[in-house]
Design a binder for this molecule. Sequence first.
Ligand code: THU
Length: 144
Amino acid sequence: MKYEGLSEEYTKLMHHAKEAMTRAYVPYSNFQVGAALLDNDGHVHFGCNVENAAYGPTNCAERTALFRAVADGKKAGQFQAIAVIGDTEGPISPCGVCRQVLVELCAPDMPVIMGNLHGQWSISTVSDILPGAFTPASLDNRER
Ligand code: THU
């Protein structure tokens, strides 16, 4: 799939996300999502959504990639970019919970590349997709 105008590096990341998408465990929604998180060493951490009969425990693809990377030893801020893909009409839009987790673990200016199976894509940053986020710094500014 060609992502017209997207850099080679981010196109590669999108293709990794597409591969991760095929691993989704989605017996309830049948809606596969894939994510690929590029770290500062150039390694790619895969993520897919993993659903649950109790619905609530469902984990989105983006969080799967982020939590996997943390479990594999990556620290907050040690990420370069994330690509996310789903079978959506336009580029997929990450859910609010995943946006909050991106804010927690990634630099505000880190690129978030969103795509679909038809070669459409858009790019934004972690801070731009969650304006007014509650951040780790918010905890330091409380009244004591
Ligand atoms: N989902 C993701 O994995 N990422 C998103 O950005 C949007 C939603 C998943 C959660 C659930 O398994 C399915 O898509 C339908 O909401």
